[in-house]
Design a protein around this ligand. Structure first.
Ligand SMILES: C=C(O[C@@H]1C=C(C(=O)O)C=C[C@H]1O)C(=O)O
Length: 196
């Protein structure tokens, strides 16, 4: 039972529950598309696709997706980069039961941002944001660290990582996006020229 709990996070509807530093809480609670906000804080924004493949959803995603246990889904993981610095590790899962008409652009996204297909589509319903502080043992903390370390950046285990997640619906489909904010996001400065 203890092993299982180490792989889960406590997810809260109120950002105050995760006690994040104020500057990070502002990123966690930012409305609208994260892509658009990051573009407003960089001269060059990029979505680096780490992988997009079939994989079991995480233990603490199953219930949100309506499953009794971890179930195979389409999984997409990316690093969002501002001026080539990774600032967000994003993990998205879509149940295999979804058909192409639910998320018509998801499978062929490539390095286009998922956000550009979600925001602006009147058929997409966005759920409430939830927030968590991830233990080092949480699978998404491990993966975010691994992607970040691959950059040659040493990431101390005690570095707390904060995340948010949001459930999107379109037609009969659901899509769960989780964004893990790397500490580098705190170094971003708004660009007055291209702030959207
Ligand atoms: C949901 C958004 O899309 C972003 C882009 C993602 C991707 O391309 O996989 C995943 C999560 C988001 O950070 C957004 O921009 O708000």
């Amino acid at each position: 039972m203890r092993e299982q709990s180490l792989r889960r996070a406590n997810w809260y509807r109120h950002v105050l529950a995760v006690n994040a530093p104020a500057a990070l809480a502002r990123w966690l609670t930012s409305g609208g598309s994260l892509t658009a906000r990051l573009k407003g804080h960089s001269d060059a924004f990029r979505v680096q696709v780490l992988h997009q493949h079939a994989a079991p959803c995480l233990a603490d995603e199953a219930q949100v997706l309506g499953f009794a246990r971890a179930t195979r889904c389409w999984e997409r993981e990316v690093l969002l980069r501002c001026d080539n610095t990774p600032v967000v590790f994003a993990h998205t899962v879509v149940p295999m039961s979804a058909d192409a008409s639910d998320w018509p652009l998801f499978s062929a996204l490539g390095e286009r941002s998922l956000g550009t297909t979600l925001f602006g589509d009147p058929m997409v319903l966005r759920g409430a944001l939830e927030y968590a502080r991830l233990r080092a043992s949480h699978p998404l903390a491990r993966r975010a660290r691994a992607a970040w370390t691959a950059e040659g950046r040493a990431v101390p285990e005690e570095q707390l990582l904060y995340a948010r997640r949001c459930l999107y619906r379109r037609r009969q489909g659901t899509l769960l996006v989780t964004e893990v904010f790397l500490p580098t996001v705190l170094k971003l400065v708004p660009r007055t020229s291209n702030t959207r």
